[in-house]
Design a binder for this molecule. Structure first.
Ligand SMILES: Nc1ncnc2c1ncn2[C@@H]1O[C@H](COP(=O)(O)OP(=O)(O)OP(=O)(O)O)[C@@H](O)[C@H]1O
Length: 262
């Protein structure tokens, strides 16, 4: 699915990513965990081909960037991100937004078939947002918007689905509801390979069996989430002592000391 080899990104003399090597197999689901400014967004931009690495090699679906036509490749990648939210017109209906996912377009400009509507309804049902289909996007809550964007991403039947901090701005009830839906999705036969980018270890569901820990633009560690989410590793990762608790097959984190910011 993904093969990054020694990828570095330098912008304005600042090294944003340094020698990132990462391999994702089809059917593996990965989380990318990192603090603010660790390089997560930059890494996603590299993956989507919006940013060319200064050095190193990127392959997605065995296609080497620089030797492949990126617009076609991007159609195989679903992205659920805040930047997408900002591009959607507030008056567009939920059904139209979900349908537009088939064409990876902002706005629905193509004619659709009955089978497209049926597929859109299937995904809206899966994401429990079919009751919203006639509503305007601008009237939806943040949680409802995220569900619609996931249904939209699935319409293109992507092979790779990237969630970029999907729980930002959600209260705990809506966060858990959205995570439940992502968990349900992971159990579907048609589930694409998923990448879940987050600041919060608590959000990493058991289906995200693998994790890439990104720190200051470098891979701090990577591998099976269950082996990485220990007090020792996470304390070094966060540069401060943390305690963890395992509940519902997830890892819940607390700082052992409150850090004073002056
Ligand atoms: N064009 C640029 N020129 C200089 N520095 C940049 C540029 N783009 C990003 N950076 C810096 O690179 C670092 C990583 O940014 P990035 O947005 O990838 O981090 P992030 O992990 O996504 O952060 P957050 O979680 O806060 O969104 C930041 O310190 C950012 O200021």
């Amino acid at each position: 699915m993904i093969q990054l080899t020694n990828v570095s990104v330098i912008k304005n003399k600042k090294t944003i990513l340094k020698n990132v090597s990462w391999h994702v197999e089809k059917g593996e689901h990965w989380s990318i965990l990192g603090l603010n400014g660790s390089g997560k967004t930059t890494l996603l931009n590299v993956l989507n081909g919006y940013l060319h690495p200064t050095t190193g090699q990127v392959e997605v679906f065995h296609q080497l960037f620089g030797k492949t036509y990126l617009p076609d490749l991007r159609k195989r990648i679903g992205l659920v991100s805040a930047s997408l939210q900002q591009q959607i017109q507030p008056f567009e209906s939920v059904l139209s937004i979900v349908l537009s996912g088939k064409f990876a377009s902002i706005g629905l400009w193509e004619s659709v078939e009955k089978s497209d509507i049926q597929l859109a309804e299937h995904y809206m049902e899966l994401l429990q947002c079919n009751h919203l289909q006639d509503k305007e996007y601008g009237t939806l809550s943040q949680g409802e918007r995220q569900k619609v964007l996931i249904a939209r991403a699935l319409m293109a039947q992507p092979e790779l689905l990237i969630f970029d901090e999907p729980c930002n701005g959600l209260d705990i009830i809506m966060r858990e509801h959205l995570l439940d839906l992502i968990n349900d999705l992971s159990m579907q036969k048609e589930c694409p390979t998923m990448i879940y980018v987050t600041h919060h270890v608590e959000e990493v569901l058991p289906c995200f069996s693998h994790t890439l820990l990104l720190k200051n633009g470098e891979v701090f560690d990577q591998g099976l989430s269950e082996f990485l989410f220990t007090e020792d590793i996470l304390s070094t990762f966060y540069d401060r002592p943390v305690s963890i608790q395992k509940e519902q097959d997830r890892t819940w984190l607390a700082l052992k000391e409150i850090v004073q910011h002056n």
